[in-house]
Design a protein. Sequence first.
Length: 110
Amino acid sequence: MKNRANGSWMLYGAAGYTGTLIAEEAVRRGHRPLLVAGRNAEKLRVLAKRLGLEWETFSLEDKSALFEATGSVDLMLYAAGPFTRTARKAPSFRAGMNSADAEGIHLRFL
């Protein structure tokens, strides 16, 4: 993993309830994901425009799109849900990239 001063990260599932909360709180605190991503282009476009972020739509089942999108990030925060239906689709990440799953837990920003 590359060591970057601000770190570069992607939020997948940003258009959903939990993902939107994470994106809004992160931006409020000065943390800026490199990219908000997910499956719903219209919701992502609106969210990204409102928060001043870049966005991209791709399916986790499209491995080439997944690897292309994650090629420039150190961390992918996975917030796609509902988790009971998406857990088995959660991506296996490329070597050297960290990942975290935000579904099914209570988030607290420190």
